[in-house]
Design a protein around this ligand. Structure first.
Ligand code: FES
Length: 163
């Protein structure tokens, strides 16, 4: 089937098999390998992207379901000049990642979380990222990273663990 979709503001027309998963189209057809595959069964959240602005697990969506829609992946998050997004800065400065495998999905999920709730409580953050698994940080520093980005987005001096 021929589908047309916008990925990171670039329009693509692609011929895909009806069974192709969106995550495979993103990684294999478009070479955007920042979107990870951890489980392929909707469990881990490593494949989280934004579809028309909503965070979704791209291993659970067929590429044909994205026809006519807009996809945003982790590759679009930093500025064109390499300037880090507040969430990327937060994860870096607060040690919100160890192996980094979950990080792209965590950040894409957190973008929507902060858009919907610019000043979330710790509990709201933990609930908000409950569909994204991390096996190394214990989540505390991920929560701090999201709190950092929330503060920075609101023009408040973020607390950072960096000296
Ligand atoms: Fe999609 Fe784990 S790879 S949820």
């Amino acid at each position: 089937m021929e589908i047309t979709l916008k990925v990171n503001e670039v329009q693509h027309t692609l011929d895909v098999e009806p069974r192709t998963l969106l995550v495979h189209l993103i990684r294999e057809n478009l070479n955007l390998t920042g979107t990870h595959i951890g489980c392929d069964t909707t469990t881990c959240g490593a494949c989280t992207i934004l579809l028309d602005g909503k965070s979704v697990k791209s291993c659970t969506i067929l590429a044909v379901q994205a026809n006519g829609k807009s996809v945003r992946t982790i590759e679009s998050v930093a500025g064109a000049d390499g300037h880090l997004h507040p969430l990327q800065e937060g994860f870096k400065d607060n040690h919100g990642l160890h192996c980094g495998f979950c990080t792209p999905g965590m950040i894409m999920r957190s973008i929507e979380l902060l858009e919907n709730n610019p000043n979330p409580t710790e509990e709201e953050i933990r609930w908000g990222i409950s569909g994204n698994l991390c096996r190394c940080t214990g989540y505390n520093n991920i929560v701090k990273a999201i709190e950092y980005a929330s503060a920075k987005n609101r023009g408040v001096e973020p607390a950072s663990t960096e000296p």
